[in-house]
Design a protein. Structure first.
Length: 201
């Protein structure tokens, strides 16, 4: 942004070229976009993403319910779930065969995972099921949705910064190239008479 900082200092300089003014305007527009447009775009994308994710939260929570199940037996081994909605201190999930009652009163039994430390036979654990009583993944919660929306807004803002700065550099590069081409043409036209006595007379 050296062009922008030099505008005020060189505004009355007799050596200032028209291309210098155009480059300064390009830098000024890019600066305004970086200060105003990039944050506004990030906020807009984040807000839209948050609205969509909160709607997903409401839909998932309406279609899921916490159910108390009784551990029938443990399943050999321990694995780690990669569910981003589960806090890091609860990622260690133990597979167990559990039994529970569906909303219609029928008894269901299946292999589920639980973060409960007590997984002995007969222990009670909390699992997520759908409205029919079948095992279901943990639904998205509102704080996690807010976090995802914030990251989406930040990403959109950073992407717009890259696009604006890349566009500014591309425009200035084309302007400089055009300036050098005009200089080469002018030099080529003056070249044949350079150094001759009476040139221009």
């Amino acid at each position: 942004m050296r062009v922008l900082t030099g505008v005020w200092r060189w505004r009355h300089n007799s050596l200032r070229r028209a291309t210098d003014r155009r480059e300064a305007w390009v830098a000024l527009v890019a600066c305004v976009l970086l200060v105003l447009a990039a944050p506004a775009l990030g906020w807009f994308c984040g807000a839209r993403a948050d609205d969509a994710l909160q709607a997903s939260v409401r839909a998932q929570q309406a279609g899921h319910r916490l159910t108390t199940a009784v551990v029938v037996r443990q399943v050999t081994g321990r694995h780690y779930v990669t569910d981003p909605e589960v806090p890091t201190d609860r990622t260690a999930a133990t597979p167990v065969v559990a039994r529970w009652h569906a909303p219609d009163g029928s008894v269901r039994s299946a292999t589920v995972t639980t973060a409960s430390r007590d997984t002995a036979t007969g222990a009670r654990v909390r699992i997520w099921t759908d409205l029919a009583g079948d095992p279901a993944p943990r639904p998205l919660d509102a704080p996690t949705a807010h976090t995802h929306a914030t990251l989406a807004g930040f990403g959109a803002s950073m992407l717009s910064v890259l696009v604006i700065e890349g566009g500014r550099r591309l425009i200035v590069r084309r302007m400089v190239r055009g300036r050098y081409e005009r200089l080469d043409r002018s030099w080529a036209e003056a070249g044949p008479d350079w150094g001759r006595t009476g040139t221009g007379s």
